[in-house]
Design a protein around this ligand. Structure first.
Ligand code: ADP
Length: 324
């Protein structure tokens, strides 16, 4: 017989992402509707180890669906990466009568979730990261808002780039993954899109492309560079020296994380938060919620962590084709 879950904890971990609040709200309201008690755990696994708990009722999640960031705060926690840390976390859960846990975060957070599940606390992961770098899921909470926020900024930079007939390198987030760069690049009609998964460091090709564009009468040249490649400032200096065209680098940085989540992020986060509680109520553990092939599904966390994901080849080719 599946273990009946009476009280669950919810935490956000790793980098914050817009839509995490919508997921927290869905977890709390779904759990309450099922007669479970809910505790909000502040600052990720840190807050678990320090017992920074907040009882959650229906109203504790009022007025948050439209807010970016996470009302539970988030943190990285080194102690939770040790066996003792995880055991301590599980003991604290038992002490507080918490028999289920929803962890909203990325792959790192899911490793912690898996370890907690192995210590007997039924734990479910929900993919919350702007980087889209969770292999089992086509969608992660925050990606849609982040690309739209970045796109708005890029459109503005484009105006000034055209006016001054400049080359602009715009560096977007994504850690080691190029999904944000690819989507922003296609979405803003960039002349070049540099992805860590694909870029061969052939700067001469970039330079030739810029000069060629200028000869054809292009007024600007937008290069979307991914965080995983970085070095936008020095790249700009080299390009300016080689082409004689004024070149500026803009690193969009943390502004990409904040802001009110898009409708897509709110809806997907709501669905995924609710789904996580459904899994707990069925006695499931060590699962991660995902969106795959148009459906909400779930995977074993170990299997999910072993999956590999890469830039969609067709998206990449279209990006290349339209930028040339
Ligand atoms: P993300 O969840 O966005 O990938 P991190 O990789 O920073 O972010 O992970 C967030 C937190 O998850 C870490 O600070 C740590 O507390 C926990 N974590 C990461 N890796 C592990 C691991 N191998 N074992 C246990 N916990 C981990």
């Amino acid at each position: 017989m599946a273990k009946e879950i009476k009280k669950i904890g919810v935490l956000t971990s790793g980098g914050d992402a817009p839509g995490m609040n919508a997921a927290i709200r869905a977890v709390v309201r779904t759990a309450l509707a099922k007669g479970m008690e809910v505790v909000g755990i502040e600052k990720g696994y840190n807050g678990l180890l320090n017992e920074e708990f907040r009882p959650m009722d229906k109203h504790s999640v009022s007025d948050i669906i439209q807010r970016g960031g996470t009302i539970l705060y988030t943190a990285r926690c080194l102690e939770f990466m040790s066996d003792e840390g995880v055991r301590k976390g599980a003991e604290i859960c038992r002490k507080h009568g918490i028999d289920g846990m929803v962890v909203i975060g990325g792959d790192g957070s899911f490793r912690g979730a898996r370890d907690l599940a192995n210590e007997g606390i039924n734990t479910i992961g929900v993919p919350g990261t702007i980087d889209l770098d969770v292999a089992c899921s086509d969608y992660t909470i925050g990606f849609d808002t982040a690309v739209n926020t970045a796109l708005e900024a890029i459109d503005k930079i484009r105006d000034t780039s055209t006016s001054h007939e400049r080359c602009s390198i715009i560096e977007v987030m994504g850690r080691h993954a190029g999904y944000i760069a690819l989507w922003c690049g296609i979405g803003c009609g960039a002349e070049d899109i540099l992805l860590p998964e694909k870029y061969d460091n052939d700067e001469q090709e970039l330079i030739n492309h810029i000069i060629d564009g200028r000869k054809k009468g292009k007024k600007h040249h937008l290069i979307i560079n991914a965080e995983g490649i970085g070095h936008s400032e020095s790249m700009a200096r080299r390009i300016e020296a080689a082409t004689g065209i004024e070149t500026r680098a803009t690193i969009l940085g943390y502004m990409q994380r904040g802001g009110s989540p898009t409708c897509t992020d709110r809806v997907y986060a709501s669905m995924m938060g609710s789904y996580a509680v459904e899994l707990l109520s069925e006695g499931k553990s060590n699962r991660v919620v995902a969106h795959s092939k148009g459906k909400f599904v779930d995977f074993d966390i170990n299997e999910a962590l072993e999956m590999k994901k890469n830039i969609d080849e067709y998206e990449f080719l279209v990006g290349e084709l339209l930028s040339k």
